[in-house]
Design a protein around this ligand. Structure first.
Ligand SMILES: N[C@@H](CCC(=O)N[C@@H](CS)C(=O)NCC(=O)O)C(=O)O
Length: 203
């Protein structure tokens, strides 16, 4: 097992999926959490100037999704079948792009009226079609890929937990997504990880 250090801010953000995967797989690592005031001094020494970065035996791995996929292999959260593994990649890409857009609207729009308008439009045009399809896909399935937990489930659980905090009721019409999220949150290792996080830790 390589020596791993996950570098990110003292927040959940784009590092939290990696942390959930490592909690699930009992993967040992150093959780290097940078306080905001120390970021200007650290940034020039970070590979891409962006975090998260996973240091693997001293070598940098950037990009949250690449990091998640790499760790998911170690945690046995990637399907053996290539098509199923690619389906997991596809949902991760779609979720990442929808959540990045959501994040941009909620955190980078200053004017409250404009934020509400943009978010309503985003819900109509991006969230609703996406969630309807995902909800339908999950019908009769135990997990995103039928009967085996994969990192797609953890990503869905983690993103939707954040989204539900920001927009309570957003999953009201999607019972299969809600059931999956609740199931992920009840996985003992994930529950244990979440229970020990400070209540005021930014998402
Ligand atoms: N595509 C990258 C985005 C990385 C990114 O934008 N990281 C932000 C934090 S979420 C960052 O490093 N911000 C500080 C900066 O740009 O100085 C990923 O998914 O890892």
């Amino acid at each position: 097992m390589p020596e791993l250090t996950l570098i990110y801010f003292n927040a959940r953000g784009r590092a939290e999926l990696a942390r959930w995967i490592m909690a699930y797989g009992d993967i040992k690592y150093t959780d290097d959490r940078i306080e905001r005031e120390n970021w200007p001094a650290r940034k020039p020494n970070i590979f891409t100037g962006k975090v998260p970065v996973l240091m693997v035996d001293g070598k940098p791995l950037p990009e949250s999704i690449a990091i998640a996929r790499y760790l998911a292999r170690m945690a046995d959260l990637v399907p053996q079948d290539s098509y199923e593994a690619a389906r997991v990649d596809a949902i991760a890409d779609r979720l990442n792009s929808a959540m990045t857009e959501t994040h941009g609207i909620l955190y980078k729009t200053e004017d409250e009226k404009e934020k509400t308008e943009k978010f309503d439009k985003h819900k109509e045009e991006v969230i609703k079609p996406f969630f309807s399809q995902l909800n339908k896909h999950l019908e009769g399935r135990q997990w995103f890929i039928t009967n085996k937990t994969t990192w797609a489930d953890l990503f869905i659980g983690m993103s939707m937990t954040w989204l539900r905090m920001k927009s309570p009721g957003i999953l009201d019409n999607y019972p299969n997504i809600t059931a999956l999220v609740d199931k992920v949150l009840a996985i003992p290792k994930i529950k244990e990880w979440n229970d020990k996080q400070p209540k005021d830790l930014p998402f």
